[in-house]
Design a protein around this ligand. Structure first.
Ligand SMILES: C[S@@+](CC[C@H](N)C(=O)[O-])C[C@H]1O[C@@H](n2cnc3c(N)ncnc32)[C@H](O)[C@@H]1O
Length: 259
């Protein structure tokens, strides 16, 4: 993947998927401040309810949150009775924050493609909130998830989707329906259902931009002006791509394939 340049409000910024600033705890803390919870996905609690609402509550269910970030989602899911959650993230910094803040949830550091090396128990529900787009080996991650899934397990992916012509390294691998469905099939999963969230994503990012403006002074207490500008530019750009119809949001629901 080569370096891509995007033109933003205040000039040209190089955004690489491995941009340490965007994946840092500090960036996620700014998002937490804006979203009033430890969430790094659009829609916060509303998005979780929309995505997992059809799954009956069962505190004994084994749940895996893959790409859990700073743990707000994992904690919300466990506290609201969907099951006992294990959170996994590639970034050790976010795992250390999440483990300290949410001691009732179990967290491990691992690449999604290598979870079988750290996890032994099987799961009944595996979910991913805006992390799939960042996995650099999505197929290996599907294989690993399959190995850790009980036969009737649900796999639920909430993420950005490329609606055609989207290309930017800040969201390197969004869902592409044809390619992602093919990857699922090849790795022993069967796509059961999809749900278009484009209008929700638009509203959630419009709300986020309003909050970035309204909470400028609070953000400047934990970040400098340069970082504030970068936060503004990154999310303004994502909103612009959603508004022009290149990027959207989608929920994919899959089950272990029976043949
Ligand atoms: C936008 S954040 C979303 C965090 C969380 N799911 C939430 O909704 O708040 C994406 C997360 O995916 C993690 N991630 C990226 N690539 C990963 C990989 N290959 N394996 C595991 N986690 C990964 C990042 O470290 C980051 O914490």
């Amino acid at each position: 993947m080569g370096m891509k340049k995007i033109i933003l409000k205040k000039g040209i910024i190089n955004l690489m998927p491995e941009d340490k600033e965007i994946s840092s705890v500090k960036w996620k803390k700014i998002l937490s401040l804006l979203r009033e919870g430890d969430f790094a996905h659009p829609g916060e609690e509303e998005a979780i309810e929309k995505t997992l609402g059809i799954i009956p509550k069962d505190p004994n269910r084994n749940v895996l949150d893959l790409g859990c970030g700073i743990g707000g989602t994992a904690s919300y899911v466990q506290e609201n009775g969907w099951g006992k959650v294990v959170g996994i993230d590639l970034n050790p910094e976010v795992i250390s924050y999440a483990s300290e803040k949410y001691p009732n949830v179990t967290f491990y550091q691992s690449d999604a493609a290598h979870i079988t090396e750290v996890l032994k128990d099987k799961f009944d529900l595996i979910y991913l909130f805006n992390s799939f787009y960042a996995f650099d080996d999505q197929q290996a991650a599907f294989v690993a998830m399959n190995q850790l899934a009980n036969p009737d397990s649900d796999l639920i992916i909430f993420d950005y989707i490329d609606r055609g012509g989207f290309q930017d390294s800040s969201i390197p691998f969004p869902i592409e329906l044809e390619r992602t469905t093919h990857q699922l099939t090849k790795t022993g999963w069967q796509l059961i259902d999809t749900e278009n969230l484009d209008e929700d994503y638009k509203r959630w990012y419009q709300d986020l931009m309003k909050k970035i403006e309204a909470k400028k002074e609070e953000i400047l207490q934990i970040a400098d002006q340069r970082l504030y500008d970068k936060v503004y530019d990154v999310y303004a750009y994502i909103l612009k791509e959603i508004e022009r119809g290149a990027l959207g949001g989608e929920i994919l629901r899959a089950k272990i394939s029976r043949h």
